[in-house]
Write a protein that binds this ligand. Structure first.
Ligand SMILES: [Mn+2]
Length: 392
């Protein structure tokens, strides 16, 4: 049996990198995410792919209070899956839970309206069984929800719950689905140490006895370990510039012969140009322009970042750059990392030295004026003489 899995679909994410499309009324970033979701749906309903089960392993929206538009677009697609009689499981992730609202979550409305025969929202640990597969599902678990004092106690609960559910599993392939940080997974840059946010970290050993495990939560697709194979599906779309080179896609797990395939999705080109202009040499505007691959512009979300001296800022012709980046799907701007020059004081020039000595040290210190140092010294002496004459 083939199982298609995605996670971290996060409708509404990274809206600062787009705008409302006047033709559709939808935000361009929501359109990017929906385009990828539609690709998965297309794959799932295609009879030649022979998919028996579709799983969304948590984190449906960017926020816990999704907009009507985001909910409506998602609901339309779920309705289509239901009409096509696709067995679908939606697991509740951390971004779906509103801690202050008890047991409610962003998938609640879907769960209440959908035909349970086809679309099931999983907000409690449970076993799902259908011919050809057993699935143990664990929604996002956190200490506060369980009302326990330490993460160790929460982990004990996680462990005991899995063990208990495993006893209820029948014969046939055993799949685990969760939404959590797993021990020794790769944390992409920008992730906070789970200890700092007091998150539980699931030991790999908890997953012994399963044939395969699929997780949501970490946005980068990866195989965390083998025996059993544990994978993160990764997010539905690229979310920020740090993911510029990362592939996005979905997982197709085949129970027979217990292998998986990662199917790529058409990720948006998040194109960041970074240039160091701190040497101040040459035509700075031209150097920026030469660094832009203009063939990538029309289909990308673009951002130009330059490191530049404060005194060189006026040499960059912004409108020339913006005429190019303005042709992108979205122009995320020209950003400067400004190097401010500090007139560093010569420590040897102080009240204890004579004006004559101070001038000498100053001229010696100005390496940039070495070719006219004698002339400066001569004229400086004249000024000092004039001042001395006045004082007398
Ligand atoms: Mn997420």
């Amino acid at each position: 049996m083939k199982v298609v899995a995605t996670a971290d679909i996060h409708f509404g994410h990274s809206e600062h990198l787009g705008k409302i499309n006047p033709e559709t009324g939808l935000h361009t970033r929501l359109e990017d995410f929906l385009r990828n979701f539609d690709e998965i749906v297309k794959y799932v309903v295609d009879p030649k792919n022979d998919v028996g089960l579709f799983i969304i392993a948590g984190d449906l929206y960017k926020t816990r209070h999704p907009t009507n538009t985001q909910q409506e677009e998602f609901a339309k697609r779920l309705h289509f899956l239901q009409e096509k009689k696709v067995q679908t499981l939606i697991l509740v992730g951390n971004h779906d839970i509103v801690v202050s609202e008890g047991s409610s979550h962003t998938a609640g409305v879907i769960g209440a309206l959908a035909d349970q025969k086809y679309i099931k929202v999983i907000d409690k640990p449970e076993v799902f069984q259908m011919p050809g597969i057993n699935v143990v599902l664990m929604p996002y678990v956190y200490r506060q929800k369980l009302g326990v004092k330490t993460n160790d106690e929460a982990l004990q609960y996680y462990h005991d719950t899995i063990k208990d559910l495993q006893t209820k599993v029948g014969v046939g392939p055993k799949l685990f689905v969760g939404h959590q940080t797993i021990e020794n997974c790769h944390m992409p840059s920008g992730y906070v140490d789970p200890e700092q946010v007091s998150e539980i970290v699931v030991p790999q050993s908890f997953l012994k006895g399963f044939d395969f495990a699929i997780f949501g939560h970490i946005h980068e697709h990866q195989v965390v370990c083998n025996n059993p194979t544990v994978v993160y599906t990764g997010a539905l779309e690229r979310i920020d510039f740090s993911q510029s080179n990362k592939k996005v896609g979905f997982v197709v797990y085949d129970t027979e012969p217990n292998t998986f395939e990662f199917v790529n999705l058409p990720a948006t080109d998040l194109y960041r140009i970074q240039i160091d202009l701190s040497d101040g040499e040459g035509d700075l505007t031209k150097r920026i322009v030469d660094n832009i691959d203009q063939t990538r512009i029309p289909n990308s979300i673009v951002k130009v970042e330059c490191k530049v001296r404060e005194t060189d800022l006026c040499k960059i012709n912004k409108s020339t750059i913006q005429a190019i980046t303005g042709r992108a799907k979205f122009d995320a701007g020209l950003v400067y990392d400004v190097i401010r020059s500090h007139a560093s004081r010569n420590e040897e020039i102080n009240e204890s030295v004579s004006s004559h000595e101070a001038l000498k040290k100053y001229v010696e210190g100005r390496k940039d004026l070495a070719d006219i140092s004698e002339e400066i010294f001569k004229r400086g002496l004249e000024i000092i003489r004039l001042c001395d004459a006045r004082r007398k």
